[in-house]
Design a protein around this ligand. Sequence first.
Ligand code: CUA
Length: 312
Amino acid sequence: MLAMNAPLDYFLHADGSASKPVLTLDWVFASIVVAVCIIVGVLLVMALFRQRAPETVLPREDDGLSWIVVGTTLSVFALLGMTVYMLATLEQISKPSRAPALTINVTARQWWWQVEYGADDPAKRFSTANEIHIPTGEPILIVLNSTDVIHTFWVPRLAGKTQAIPGLTNRQWIEADQPGIYWGQCTEYCGVQHAHMAFKVVAETPQDFDAWREAQAKPAALAEGGGRSVFMSQCSGCHAIRGTTAAGAYGPDLTHLQSRQLIAAGLMTNTQDHLSDWISRPQELKSGARMPNFDLPAGDKAALLSYLQTLR
Ligand code: CUA
């Protein structure tokens, strides 16, 4: 059932100009640290097994002092060099080489990510959840906020970590060179479901991205039937569906629910069975989530599920 399918080496790759300098820095630092460990180990072994003729007495002033000078000098230069390199890398990734093509507002909430795309035309603005679509080859500005506690936004293959802090707006830019799906995760403990606060960045060609954005901006397809009224009576207090009277802002906007690959912030794949399970017992699947269990009559449940299938 779990959809936590991030590859285990996902932080050992970099796929954009906000992350590549950091990965190089990682390897350089890791190499220096490993080299220091090896050198110290070799010197220690040499010292332990060094044979000395019993009658030889080392002059006092030469007793290891030159090694201390060499070691201190090397350490000072190595640490100084690493500090300068690290500061240069931080400067390099602090801003993109050109102005971001797009700004996306991401709000961290216990325990999901609200993703909003602005537009000059209010009819083109929309909100989605746990899935950030971006065009490839362009720097994208992520404007980060939080509604409750401190979370941290991290897409390892695209950029470093940035905190989302209540009452403070932080910014992080990301860029993907190639189309692909990049796993993201909250990386600051934010409560009992911190581990289930994942998201995906879907990088697409500019044409595919434009098509996705246009489809998302549209209101939901008009579907009549019992399911819609079940939704309005049971779900609309927390969830919005554009084009209907459902305007709840507490949970994810469900206007195009079926376009998303995962539900419950990465907990499960978005299938009919998982949706059914999620509606019935979110408190068992994701204990502490803000959604209560819904014990609906079988007919209402089936109607609601078929209505949710129309949200494409
Ligand atoms: Cu949000 Cu950890």
